[in-house]
Design a protein around this ligand. Structure first.
Ligand SMILES: [Zn+2]
Length: 410
């Protein structure tokens, strides 16, 4: 019995050891916006233990152990980790991610995502043979990087791969792209994607098969894909492209527009009303459209602003990976031009995607009990919008992903 007691005690020690050794972390001296719409806390502190936020409040009320590691964030603002709800890992540098050296992948993730504060990203379509291992290596702790929510391989209309994708990919890869012609085939592809590790589904309900010509996905095909995804509690994203592509999305029950509708010929307020009635979210990807003539861009900005004013859910997303310029500054500027306030942009970056995407229940707010996914920016983005991209620190699950003052280790 004595032996058993000792063994039990030894096991108990082993179990508590990691927590006992890991020092608490406290971020102090900053302003904190706990959540969109909540009053900021001045001269505040966040106490982090392991991967969670333990307490948040005025620095004098947050009781940190004297051995706690301290991040002095004076002059900065603490926000919940940002979500980028539209990214890709399709550039050639991700090919063979299963075998690429960890420091190289870490550096690429930092360059594209982490340095801008993104702690969760939605991969809306890449080669799962690259994204899958990349995600696994991040989750194993081998590589410091964001959480990746993966759509696996997208579904296109029959003979409906967009011209810009056809131009960019080798023929052997193009041949594998899913272009289901029937409801049964669409459901089978969705099932295979979700069985293979996908957590969301991406459709092209409108596909630019040529410049100036959109091919819509047959409604029955889209509906079968959506129904199958919903049976597995997975959200469905789509690229609508034009009004016909939006109609297919509305009729089939798609959850998220992965872009604003870019060709607005025939678009009116009733479309926004129907999107709102169906609780459809929108990832505007405005930077993607920033090069088009002003009158067309203004119409897209009106679409996004009107949807926000109607109470529609807007999620931040930049289509990086397709866009090779990763800097999100223009996206922030255009969201403001569309009429979004500081709180609405913060919601698009945090609580709005977190309210519906996997893992969102414990993320999106700077609150006790939440995962310690945090961003510290220089200055206050509510007063100075340029502060959105002046990122100083990024933590994910209490681990430091980025420190602007620390040179990158290679
Ligand atoms: Zn995209």
């Amino acid at each position: 019995m004595r032996y058993a007691f000792r063994l039990g005690a030894a096991l108990a020690v082993l179990c508590v050891l990691p927590t006992a050794i890991a020092a608490d972390l406290v971020i102090t001296g900053a302003k904190i916006y706990p959540a969109p719409g909540a009053a900021p806390i001045e001269n505040a502190a966040v106490l982090i233990r392991d991967d969670r936020i333990v307490s948040v409040g005025p620095a004098k009320d947050v009781d940190a152990d004297k051995n706690a590691m301290v991040i002095d964030a004076a002059g900065g603002t603490v926000l919940a980790g940002f979500w980028n709800s539209h990214v890709h890992f399709t550039e050639p540098k991700w090919a063979g991610a299963a075998k690429l050296p960890a420091p190289r992948l870490q550096s690429q993730l930092r360059e594209m995502l982490v340095r801008y504060g993104f702690t969760t990203v939605v991969d809306t379509g890449s080669d799962p043979r690259d994204t899958g291992p990349l995600r696994a290596r991040i989750e194993s702790g081998e590589i410091a990087g964001p959480r990746i929510i993966m759509a696996m391989s997208p579904l296109f209309p029959p003979d409906g791969v967009p011209f810009y994708v056809r131009k960019a990919l080798p023929p052997e890869f193009l041949a594998q792209l899913s272009q289901p012609a029937t409801a049964e085939a669409a459901a089978a592809i969705v099932r295979a994607n979700l069985d293979g590790g996908g957590e969301v589904v991406k459709l092209f309900t409108g596909s630019w098969v040529e410049p100036g010509r959109v091919k819509p996905m047959p409604v029955a095909v889209a509906r079968a894909a959506v129904d199958e995804a919903h049976r597995h509690d997975a959200l469905v994203f789509t690229h609508p492209s034009d009004v016909a592509g939006l109609e297919v999305a509305l009729e089939s029950g798609v959850d998220v527009l992965a872009h604003s509708v870019e060709d607005l010929d025939g678009f009116d307020h009733s479309h926004l009303d129907r999107m709102r009635a169906r609780n459809m979210a929108m990832v505007p990807t405005l930077k993607l459209f920033s090069g088009i003539p002003d009158s067309k861009l203004d119409a897209i900005l009106r679409e996004v602003g009107d949807y926000q004013r109607l109470g529609g859910s807007i999620w931040f997303g930049t289509d990086v990976g397709y866009l090779e310029d990763y800097d999100p500054t223009v996206e922030f500027e255009l969201l403001r031009r569309a009429g979004l306030s500081f709180d609405q942009i913060l919601a698009a970056l945090t609580t709005s995607p977190a309210s519906r995407l996997p893992g969102g229940g414990k993320r999106g707010r700077v609150e006790a009990g939440m995962m310690a996914d945090l961003v510290v920016v220089d200055g206050d983005p509510a007063q100075d919008p340029e502060a959105w991209t002046r990122v100083r620190y990024v933590l994910r699950g209490g681990q430091k992903l980025f420190d602007a003052n620390a040179p990158e280790k290679r």
